[in-house]
Design a protein around this ligand. Structure first.
Ligand SMILES: Nc1ncnc2c1ncn2[C@@H]1O[C@H](COP(=O)(O)OP(=O)(O)OP(=O)(O)O)[C@@H](O)[C@H]1O
Ligand SMILES: [Mg+2]
Length: 213
């Protein structure tokens, strides 16, 4: 299966994709990463991996032919995760990815401005454009992941969650806080996802039937 991390602008996609790949791997899933962002950040993190981290493949595939090129490279039973460039400037590659994604995770920083950018794009309309091009002729399963949530704040994230739900979005219960551990993700930095918020996210994804072994 293929999980795509998307958002209209910079929100936390590469960080989420990297941690999610580790969390899935540590929970026993065979995983593979794809970098569909021309910035190649995920790929560079993988290339500079320290001993023991990123124990899986990450391939560069920032192409509008992603939908043709990548599915044959995902072994049966493997959970692949792809990091997309921000869709406001990389719409063609984003559509190519969404043509074959089984699950789209919308990385939304818990700020009003990020919700506004989703509405301005508008992201739901953007995603629906791929329906006709997909084999199943359906919208990919789509879930918003609130990220960079200020630790200790509850009222603002709840308001954002409600706004998104009113607009028809599925929103994960798991939230990713704005903390140094995640901000420090980068080249040469080891990742241990067990016990992290991404481990919690994997549990929620399993409970919701979005992934299975
Ligand atoms: N949970 C978090 N806590 C703290 N900082 C974070 C968190 N997630 C991401 N960041 C920081 O926010 C910035 C953007 O994150 P990231 O590069 O993952 O976003 P992106 O959506 O991939 O951006 P782009 O679209 O430009 O590739 C980075 O400086 C990153 O370290
Ligand atoms: Mg990125």
């Amino acid at each position: 299966m293929l999980i795509a991390t998307i958002s209209p602008r910079s929100t936390g996609k590469t960080t989420i994709t990297s941690w999610l790949l580790h969390a899935l791997h540590e929970r026993g899933y065979p995983v593979k990463g794809f970098d569909a962002d021309e910035s190649e950040q995920l790929f560079r993190w993988w290339e500079a991996r320290p001993e023991g981290s990123y124990p899986f493949e990450v391939e560069k595939e920032a192409s509008t032919r992603f939908h043709e090129r990548v599915p044959p490279k995902i072994p049966v039973g493997t959970v692949a995760a792809v990091d997309c460039g921000h869709l406001e400037n990389h719409s063609g590659i984003g559509w190519s990815v969404l043509r074959v994604a089984d699950l789209a995770i919308v990385a939304c920083a818990a700020t009003n401005s990020d919700v506004e950018r989703m509405d301005e794009m508008p992201l739901d309309f953007y995603i629906d454009q791929v329906i006709k091009k997909r084999d199943d002729k359906k919208r990919p399963e789509t879930w918003v992941l609130l990220c960079r949530v200020q630790p200790g704040s509850t009222i603002a994230p709840r308001g954002i969650r409600n706004t998104l739900a009113e607009d028809g979005w599925n929103v994960f219960t798991t939230e990713i806080p704005a903390i140094q551990k995640y901000a420090s993700t980068g080249e040469g930095v080891p990742i241990r996802a067990s016990g992290s918020h991404f481990d919690e996210l994997v549990t929620e994804m399993e409970q919701r039937g979005l992934i299975k072994k």
